[in-house]
Design a protein around this ligand. Sequence first.
Ligand code: MN
Length: 256
Amino acid sequence: MFRPLRILLSNDDGIQAPGLFLLKQALERAGHAVFVCAPEKPRSACSHAITLHKPLRASEYGFSDGTTGFAVSGNPADCVVLGLDDLVGPVDLVVSGVNHGPNLGWDVIYSGTVAAAMEAVILGFPGIAVSTASYAPRPCYETAARVVAERVVAGFLARGLPHATLLNVNVPDLSYDALRGVRVTVQGERHYKDRMEKRIDPNGRPYYWIGGQIDERETADDTDLAAVNSGFVSVTPIDLDLTNRAFLPDLAGWGL
Ligand code: MN
């Protein structure tokens, strides 16, 4: 049943991020060949931006275990294009992460981590995005890495993924043994309060800071948010088609 996969690994926290290196190690321990192609600098919340108006450069980066990867002067989606088309070539799977911080609900829209997996899907390769659901300075990346390497990738190996679909995995910041299990989930909603802060600079001019607090509203039990909040790993299948099919008949009735 087991066969070693060729895996392209990327992220949006940059090639020096501990989450990437620990995921690389976990995937290699599981017997896979891992090729890293990641942004040279942190690029969180850049979503699916690609670089069109300036050249991209790739340079060799040395990991502490003596292996190397490619550090790219672009965004996560750029890394996946370069990796698959030139630097690494075709692979069996693209994995992105482990991201520092959750990618839950509507936040998936902003995520560079998810965008890397999405770019893989657009190019015809299966993709998995992985995040640890914690902004703690040093979350337990090892748990997320192990969940993906030993369970999610193993599941993918056995069953494959459907067309135009990636998996978005969020792992609670717990030790592996403290996890309550794995739940297959749907995307929840993500609302913010106090999204924008307006301040005045020393010259009396306003400036703005986007951030805000997450507004934890009640969400259904089957969501990614609910799973992670109750100590379960959340695995959500994400479809690239954003069409609201249920609304099609109504919209057709508008008589536009
Ligand atoms: Mn990030």
